[in-house]
Design a protein around this ligand. Structure first.
Ligand code: KG4
Ligand code: ZN
Length: 350
């Protein structure tokens, strides 16, 4: 239902370059007809995290080939594109400007409309890349390397922030936990894989419930407790690696699940969606479904390729913004944080 049939903006080319993935997608007549993602992870792995300058340079190399491939897979030439959607923020400035200026230049040379999209807004609407009946109103849990927030979503462009993390994002916590264990970047998938064979009750780790602000998150205490635990274990930590991963993963998932269900009950939402890179986590997906089912709440999970960063989600969001009348002005800039000038002021409360 998220795709608008017979839109004059089809075929729409979407571009995303906010962090360490260069992505392009084409949406046409109610379908995503190509979705290309070039990941830079191997380039950043030796440094244990994303190096902004390397990211920017890699986007420079990848942007033309990625857009060309997306057009090729869609069976279109660039002259057949009728509109553009591009991530405007938040993200790394040196990365954002590559996709943003590319889209601006294309819009100018082809004389077609272009719209700036908020990356988080894209994640929140990523469920519409799947076949879904109207899920409104729903609670969106955005969990990625840079964000951990809960939103009340009443419509495509009617979204309210309910709470976010005070410190680390959940993905960041996974990555830092992995670093403590000596695992390579990005840590989330590694912890997740090792945790499958471990005992989640083996080690006691703290959960920040924050009773005064129950829809906010905090993971820095968990990270510190985990650091002390692993240091205390010394060489033995290698022997109990799987149990450590399972206990750490369970501590993060418990908090994410509990608070999301609390938000759904408080705002009388029958639907929850989990989006962002950490939504690929199997334990999180399973736990959320188990707990929500008991409260008669349905959980929507975009397929993994739509959970991690992609341009298709930017396209679906851009399509709704274009239909609404939003256009990118030629002198507009990108923004790095969610406190910056928003692509469109829908994520109320940020
Ligand atoms: O949304 P995303 O691709 O990029 C950002 O916008 O941040 O999310 C990347 C984050 C990384 O922190 C990565 O460790 C985490 O998502 N991640 C996972 C899993 N797959 C990716 N965390 C836990 N379990 C996973 N299976
Ligand atoms: Zn993301």
């Amino acid at each position: 239902m998220g795709y608008i049939n017979n839109s004059k903006f089809y075929p729409l080319l979407a571009i995303e370059s906010s962090c360490d993935e260069t992505a392009a997608a084409v949406l046409d007549q109610g379908r995503c007809i190509s979705n290309i993602v070039a990941s830079q992870i191997p380039k950043h792995r030796p440094y244990g995290g994303v190096v902004p300058e390397i990211a920017s340079r890699e986007h420079m190399k990848a942007i033309v080939p990625v857009v060309k491939e997306a057009l090729f897979k869609a069976g279109l030439t660039v002259n057949e594109i009728k509109s553009l959607a591009v991530t405007q923020g938040p993200g790394l400035v040196g990365s954002l400007v590559v996709g943003f200026n590319f889209a601006k230049a294309l819009s100018f040379s082809l004389d077609i409309p272009c719209v700036g999209v908020d990356h988080v807004h894209g994640h929140i609407l990523s469920i519409f890349l799947e076949e879904v009946a109207s899920p409104f109103p729903y609670i969106a849990l955005v969990v990625s390397g840079g964000h951990t927030s809960l939103y009340l979503v009443k419509d495509f462009l009617d979204i309210k922030l309910l709470g976010k993390t005070r410190d680390d994002a959940a993905g960041e916590a996974f990555d830092k936990g992995a670093k403590i264990l000596g695992l390579s970047y990005p840590g989330g998938p590694q912890i997740s894989r090792l945790a499958e064979k471990g005992d989640p009750k083996a080690f006691k780790l703290p959960r920040a419930w924050l009773p005064d602000t129950p829809l906010e998150f905090s993971f820095s205490g968990l990270k510190t407790a985990f650091l002390h635990l692993v240091r205390g274990l010394g060489e033995k930590s290698k022997v109990v690696l799987e149990d450590l991963c399972a206990s750490f993963e369970q501590a993060i998932c418990d908090v994410l699940v509990e608070k999301t269900i609390k938000a759904a009950l408080e705002f009388k939402c029958k639907n929850i969606i989990i989006c962002g890179g950490v939504a690929a986590n199997k334990r999180l997906r399973r736990l959320m479904q188990e707990k929500a089912c008991k409260k008669d709440i349905k959980v929507y999970l975009p397929r993994i390729e739509f959970c991690t960063d992609n341009a298709a989600m930017i396209g679906i969001c851009g399509l709704h913004l274009l239909e609404y009348g939003k256009r990118l002005k030629i002198d507009e800039d990108v923004y790095s944080t969610s406190h910056g000038t928003k692509a469109f002021k829908v994520l109320e409360g940020e």
